[in-house]
Design a protein around this ligand. Sequence first.
Ligand code: CP
Length: 330
Amino acid sequence: MVKHVVDTRQLKDRKFLDGLFLLADEMQEQVRSHSVERKHEGKVVLNFFFQASMRTRTSFESAEQRLGADIVTIDNAEEFSSLFKGESLEQSFLATQGFFDTIVMRHPEDGSAKRAAYVLNIPFINAGDGKNQHPTQALLDLYTFRQKFQRIDNLKIGFLGDIRQGRTIRSLAYLLAHGENNELRFISPPELGLPDDMRSYLLNKGTKFYETEDLDAVLPNLDVLYVTRLQWEHVQDKEERRHLMEDYRRFQITSKRANRMGIDSIIMHPLPINREKSDGFPEITPDVDTNDRAWYFVQSRNGLYVRMALLNVLLTGYTNNLYNLILDVP
Ligand code: CP
């Protein structure tokens, strides 16, 4: 059966994660030594993007090209595909899937990735659907933990910021819930706190977690502080947006706060950091970028290696052992 990557709950098999990360290590080595095997020449990947993206789209494109595949990218797809003329996502994919070997999609609606996967008979990768899931981001996040700590278990992770609307936090928290003895702290203004579905999931899994607004009390005891920006584009009401942006300021990560963290701890962020549209209050101030704990650029670079590894698995298909360890879409 054809495999899709829609949700991190499909990727919880430890053998899958270990194997994928070993493959990502190989990809990293091959990129550094300019010796990537162009194993997928003759294949074509569609990158179908309805939402703005810098890292995800370009790292997928770079990964696809390095592996020898040709690419077709439709950016701003709401306007530049036939969805503009009223075609449904399903019809669009049914009509065009024969052109491609794999499809990567980012879309603003929760559940759109599942709809796409349902009709496709070629592998599909969710590059972010609404506030729901961003599974390749969670994979690269976990890979970064492994790089820093040589483990993906027994970690204390503080998720800071817009927990209610952030697909990266949901995706990563679900994967961490399947690890051993990971402890999660969710730090946010109350109106951007843990959604009920996430709380239920973590409770069901028996994951140790708590919710708090007291950032300064949490900082010294973390291995990882995972910061996210306020997803202001999801807040239509201007007054609510102004209120949230102001409330967000008390959670700003400055050098002073970064230095309250343990010497071996790290600060991660899926990026982008909102530096230009934050009224002068970015969630991480620029001086933190040069702090030894700032790992967000390393994290971003890891996206290339992890996406190369995942594409290798999906473009190879059922003859690859890891392919068969991807679980069904929930
Ligand atoms: N982290 C992430 O998804 O970044 P982009 O929106 O730039 O792809």
